[in-house]
Write a protein of this length. Structure first.
Length: 690
């Protein structure tokens, strides 16, 4: 058996790891560390654990910015939240929403704007909320790290191509360019090169100047050579081409079964059957805090083609499990060698417009990371968000033409037979190989899609029919699997009663052994509980809302905890007979809207049933629902005294407890809340040795 805190703490780490891996696994801007750079004004909120010296916020007072909260009089002011500045009446109201309060300050003065943010080893420019949520000290909107308000005392100075680290204020005396306080020459800030912005914009600059504006730096390149354009490495006979990014400008994104991520790239206007595929990627092992190159021993991939379903992957058209050819290219991508992958499909796939997914299924410790192909959009199962801002490299190879079928324009309803694929590849057209217009299902001009209902059911309907039925229509060609995952509370379910979590939330309801206040929600055998959970920003890092339930077991039994959630759920059965931390008896992970059954053989005692999100995805927001059912099946029903025999002693005990009986009540064999004739019959039917 395993100690519960170890398992639960590892789960929190896994959430952070999955969030990082899912969003951007490895990129060319991170030369020296395995964690993201400190937050900037353009970044998402990132909590830099290394910069947090104490588990405390630095909350500003009206007169200055320090680690001490202003107290005393209630005073209106500005509340800095993730979404910006909001006027509020007092600090209590602001704190309840997870914000940081500036008493006596007006939002019109932009107190939550960009300013210097001090942490243990340096300074970064950030907005007030992003700075304070990471446990740093905010020096005020309008301040800048260039002035060294954090008293770092040293930094990098560029003297031509050379870089030196010197005390603050001496760089200008030497005629150099001051990079900033706390900046190291180890990051090569003085290198000259080209900076790419927004995909194809370019300007020549030093490395640190490019980093400061959020661009992608290409060392020793010049904008005159158009370095921000993409190379074309796809074969000449490609039906669709998205070539790999440069080594200085890339993102590689995990698409691996063992990691829980599946990536999709969309394609259009494919005018022939797809015979062969070519793509690029990296083989890396995730250590929990960074990446190491690894050697994949099995180059097996799942490759699927899907129709488009309103802008997301829809109906599966072609599916393969293939051993592919992996060819090292010799190209260095931040210390990792780029691989080229290719495969000839055993059967061609005919799809003019849609999505392709490529997912590694080889060594579970050596993951496939799909190489990017410039800014754009792709789709990811298991990521938050599911929409990603990068295209993925892919070449769809084949010969144009040679396939005939019906060509339908669903907008006009016009359909023609015997049309070659080359004349019906536009995204507005529906090409159907080997089918006539009369054989189309649905008929040409009939636009159907998934209609999702509040009771977690779905049917394929016309848009107008879906509206009249009270459903939500997902769009042309959408399928029911794309319906939002919901977990409505069953009729017999009992509400958990916990408030919905939020950024800054402190669980004082049923946080169990994970919380400072160790509380557990009681639950009876046979009961179904309905609750909410999610992931929020706590004082130090992202935290899942753990819900702990407590059940009393009075005899040797099979204890089951069967849950169903709208989020990727982790569930545990924990022996709590000796108090916290407890011991894990059973555990399991599952994805959204999948049943998560757990069971363990237990003796008399106290047990905890736990549920929480395990991945930070779109479906893990605070307020997402779940329900779970607790069952206790005694190994020997009727053996009330635990003697391994049902006898007259047990019969007398049952008759003595006749009537209503609150748990724990071993005489209530069927857990109905009452000792009655049903319990008596069960005892008599089990008479004798167990």
């Amino acid at each position: 058996m395993k100690k519960a805190p170890g398992i639960l703490s590892l789960t929190i780490l896994a959430i952070t790891a999955f969030a990082a891996v899912g969003a951007v696994a490895l990129n060319a801007t991170d030369r020296t560390s395995t964690t993201p750079d400190p937050i900037t004004s353009t970044s998402s909120v990132f909590i830099d654990l290394a910069a947090v010296d104490e588990a405390t916020y630095y909350v500003p007072s009206p007169g200055n910015f320090s680690s001490e909260q202003s107290g005393g009089l209630r005073e209106a002011g500005a509340c800095c939240l993730l979404e910006g500045c909001v006027p509020m009446d007092d600090e209590t109201e602001c704190s309840a929403q997870g914000g940081f309060f500036f008493a006596g300050v007006d939002c019109a003065d932009d107190p939550c704007g960009i300013g210097a943010c001090c942490y243990s080893s340096g300074c970064t420019d950030a907005d007030a909320y992003s700075c304070l949520i990471g446990g740093r000290e905010f020096m005020g909107a309008g301040t800048t790290c260039q002035d060294d308000p954090c008293d770092v005392g040293w930094g990098a100075c560029c003297l031509g191509d050379d870089c030196i680290e010197i005390p603050t204020g001496e760089c200008s005396d030497l005629g150099g360019i001051w990079v900033g306080p706390g900046k190291s020459c180890d990051d090569y800030p003085c290198d000259e090169g080209a900076c790419c912005l927004n995909g194809d914009e370019c300007f020549d600059c030093l490395r640190y100047e490019c980093t400061a504006v959020g661009g992608w730096y290409i060392n020793h390149a010049q904008c005159a050579d158009d370095p921000c354009g993409l190379p074309d490495n796809c074969p000449d006979d490609s039906l669709f081409s998205q070539s790999r990014d440069y080594p200085n400008l890339f993102n590689a994104m995990t698409s691996e079964v063992a990691a829980g991520f599946k990536r999709y790239e969309n394609f259009t206007n494919v005018k022939g059957p797809i015979d062969e595929l070519l793509w690029w990627g990296l083989d890396l092992h995730f250590t929990g805090s960074g990446w190491m190159e690894c050697e994949e021993t099995g180059n097996v991939f799942y490759i699927d083609f899907h129709k488009d379903a309103g802008g997301i992957p829809g109906e599966l058209i072609c599916s393969y499990k293939l051993d592919v050819t992996r060819t090292p290219t010799g190209l260095d991508y931040e210390g990792t060698e780029l691989n080229e992958y290719s495969v000839i499909l055993p059967e061609p796939c005919v799809l003019t417009n849609g999505w392709i997914s490529i997912q590694g299924i080889g060594d579970p410790e050596c993951w496939f990371l799909w190489m990017s192909a410039g800014m754009g959009y792709s789709y990811c199962e298991g990521c938050k968000p599911t929409w990603q801002d990068w295209d993925l490299s892919i070449c769809l190879v084949g010969t144009e033409g040679g396939v005939f079928g019906s060509c339908c324009n669903d907008v006009t309803g016009q359909c023609d037979d015997g049309i070659e694929i080359t004349d019906c590849a536009d995204p507005s057209m529906r090409f159907n190989p080997d089918l006539t217009c009369e054989e189309l299902d649905p008929p040409c001009g009939v636009i159907i899609g998934a209609c999702c209902f509040p009771d977690d059911t779905c049917s394929i309907e016309l848009e107008e029919d879906c509206d009249s039925l009270g459903g939500t229509w997902l769009g042309k060609d959408s399928i029911c699997i794309s319906c939002p995952c919901i977990a409505p509370c069953p009729p017999e379910g009992v509400d958990e009663g916990e408030p919905i979590c939020y950024d800054g939330y402190v669980d004082e309801f049923n946080g169990g052994c994970n919380a400072d206040l160790q509380l557990f929600s009681p639950v009876a055998p046979g009961q179904t509980v309905c609750g909410t959970s999610g992931i929020f920003f706590g004082p130090v890092e992202q935290e899942p809302d753990f819900d702990w339930y407590e059940v009393k077991v009075t005899a040797d039994s099979l204890l089951s905890w069967n849950s169903h959630a709208e989020f990727p759920a982790a569930a545990w059965i924990v022996d709590g007979s000796e108090g916290c931390p407890g011991y894990v008896l059973a555990e399991a992970l599952t994805y959204e809207c999948f049943d998560n059954p757990l069971a363990a053989d237990v003796g008399p005692g106290t047990y905890w049933l736990v549920i929480a999100p395990w991945a930070w995805t779109d479906s893990s927001n605070c307020g997402t629902r779940y329900y779970g059912t607790v069952t206790v099946e005694p190994h020997c029903p009727g053996d009330i005294d635990g003697s391994d025999e049902v006898d007259v002693v047990d019969l007398i005990a049952l008759l003595s407890a006749w009537g209503p009986c609150a748990p724990p009540c071993p005489e209530d064999i069927d857990f109905s809340g009452e000792v009655d004739v049903v319990d008596l019959l069960q005892l008599l039917s089990a008479w004798g040795p167990c």
